[in-house]
Design a protein around this ligand. Structure first.
Ligand code: TYD
Length: 207
């Protein structure tokens, strides 16, 4: 039986990585074979591309170059990690995936959704998740960036402008509205346990 492909999306600092681990534990406890991974990265080749994307000046790459690098990283990740795991019947939980490219490069970066999907078709055969969980904590997002900026540990994306990040949020909201079968918006406010329960409820129909 083929596995299931679940992705977590959202702005920065909403606790995606913590929730991904908690969700993996919960599914593992139900006896499922679970593989957790992340983007950009997730395979040795894609992690090498990740370093190009995350380090350096905010203006290091144009939106076009960024889109191509993300698509290239994803192509390697899908071919070497995600597809093989799904073929083995695993549940693959991925921290960010194509919807981040759609929201960041496609929406905020101005490349457009159709072009991002063309790249995804070429790079990864257009592979889409069975479910995309959008962790919603809009207000926290900006506050988190401010705090991280004060500490001097923001990566290239965190250092992009407030209006860029507003564009990301708006694009995610529109993506969720236009893809109601695949998307679930999950309130990320509350205790870690509460959020995990909400995430589990949002994939219950796939179990
Ligand atoms: P990372 O530190 O991995 O994640 P997070 O913000 O989820 O804690 O940062 C990845 C950054 O890359 C994040 O700011 C979003 C951005 N990104 C894109 O712009 N396009 C993409 O396709 C992906 C996967 C990420």
């Amino acid at each position: 039986m083929p596995g299931r492909f679940i992705t977590l999306e959202g702005g920065e600092g909403v606790g995606k990585s913590t929730q991904l681990r908690r969700l993996a534990d919960a599914l593992g406890a139900r006896g499922l074979d679970v593989v957790t991974t992340r983007e950009p990265g997730g395979s040795p080749g894609a992690e090498a591309i990740r370093r190009l994307l995350m380090e350096g000046d905010v203006e290091r790459w144009t939106a076009q170059t960024e889109a191509l690098l993300f698509a290239a990283a994803r192509s390697d990740h899908v071919a070497r990690v995600i597809k093989p795991a799904l073929d083995h019947g695993a549940w693959v939980l991925c921290d960010r995936y194509i919807d981040s490219s759609l929201a960041y490069q496609g929406g905020a970066g101005g490349i457009g959704m159709a072009s991002i999907m063309r790249l995804h078709e070429i790079g990864s055969g257009g592979l889409l998740p069975d479910r995309t969980l959008l962790l919603d904590l809009a207000l926290y997002d900006a506050a988190w960036r401010e705090l991280a900026r004060d500490k001097g540990n923001l990566d290239r994306f965190g250092r992009k402008s407030g209006s860029y990040h507003e564009g990301v949020e708006q694009a995610f909201r529109e993506l969720a509205e236009h893809n109601p079968d695949r998307y679930r918006r999950v309130d990320a406010d509350g205790s870690e346990a509460d959020v995990t329960e909400r995430l589990l409820a949002a994939i219950e129909d796939l179990l």
